[in-house]
Write a protein that binds this ligand. Structure first.
Ligand code: CP
Ligand code: NVA
Length: 303
């Protein structure tokens, strides 16, 4: 694994190994077992969009691995004034050992990886959110013991998180169903791929699609960059809330996942969120362990 740009680039084995490594690193962290595998490595973190979890967990994660991080607001570096991605890549690779980037365009992330010889991690684009899904699958594995044969149901917007969930679930042998209103479906190429490669369902009726789900997942109706379409979206998604009525149609022991931040009362009812808060915040914690696993794996050939 040279970079971590999208889950399509990883084999099923690589995804499973990342999840298992994350679980192992969590054990080491909890038991104060030394794991400074990235001693003296420096990561640059470029952000064009806001972040709480991704920013803090990557920075804390590399510190726990013995390295350090520099936060680079895209507007504060010359990239924000038009310096090309190719030139930015060829400069930053001379100072840094690793770059994590959160931005709008997936092409920009791929371009950064093309020009930089150091590993690049995608910390979210409009197209996908691959680091999130390693933490999500890790959380399912912790609770359910195994991924293969389990079913995840995603309710709401067919966005970046949904795109990555499709790939992550299918590659790890999980069944995935998605219920999204018409016009808000995930990437069509991923839908076609998923239909050919695993157990996949999509449609407009959340009550039908949530049947037999072991995990029910939702995300905001309005992602970063879509603020102008708030009213249109609120209308389109009004029947797509994860609440107790919907959960009563899933498996009795179904867990609820949310990548956060949550808009309670919109994509998830407040009482449902609070009833499942333990798992949702475990999922948020697992970003830390998942990111450490991704960073360690990107360097493992160099140990
Ligand atoms: N889930 C997630 O990526 O959160 P942040 O936007 O806070 O990083
Ligand atoms: N879909 C959301 C995820 C935030 C972590 C967004 O892109 O804003």
């Amino acid at each position: 694994m040279k970079d971590f740009l999208k889950l399509q680039d990883l084999s099923a084995d690589e995804i499973n190994q990342l999840i298992d490594l994350a679980i192992n690193l969590k054990f080491k962290q909890d038991n104060r077992i030394k794991h400074d595998y990235l001693l003296n490595k420096t990561m640059g973190m470029i952000f064009t969009k806001s972040s709480t979890r991704t920013r803090v967990s990557f920075e804390v994660g590399i510190k726990q691995l013995g390295g350090s991080a520099i936060f680079l607001n895209a507007n504060d570096i010359q990239l924000g004034r038009g310096e090309s991605i190719a030139d930015t890549a060829r400069v930053l690779e001379r100072y840094l050992d690793l770059i994590m980037i959160r931005t709008f365009s997936q092409n920009d992330v791929e371009e950064l990886a093309k020009y930089a010889s150091i590993p690049i991690i995608n910390g979210l684009t409009d197209y996908c959110h691959p680091t999130q899904i390693i933490a999500d699958l890790m959380t399912v594995k912790e609770v359910k013991g195994d991924l293969k044969g389990k079913k995840l149901c995603y309710i709401g917007d067919g966005n970046n998180v949904a795109n990555s969930l499709i790939v992550g679930c299918i590659k790890t042998g999980m069944a995935i169903s998605l219920s999204c209103p018409e016009g808000f479906y995930p990437d069509q190429k991923l839908i076609d791929w998923a239909k050919e490669n695993g157990e996949f369902e999509i449609g407009p009726d959340p009550f039908a699609l949530v049947a037999n789900a072991d995990a029910v997942y939702t995300d905001v109706f309005v992602s970063m960059g879509q603020e102008k379409t708030v009213e249109q979206r609120k209308l389109a998604f009004r029947d797509y809330q994860v609440n107790n009525k919907l959960l009563s149609c899933a498996n009795k022991s179904a867990i609820v996942l949310h990548c956060l931040p949550a808009h309670k009362g919109e994509e998830i009812a407040e009482n449902t969120f609070e009833a499942h808060a333990k798992t949702i915040f475990d999922e948020a914690e697992n970003r830390l362990h998942a990111h450490k696993a991704i960073m360690q794996t990107l360097f493992q050939d160099k140990f």
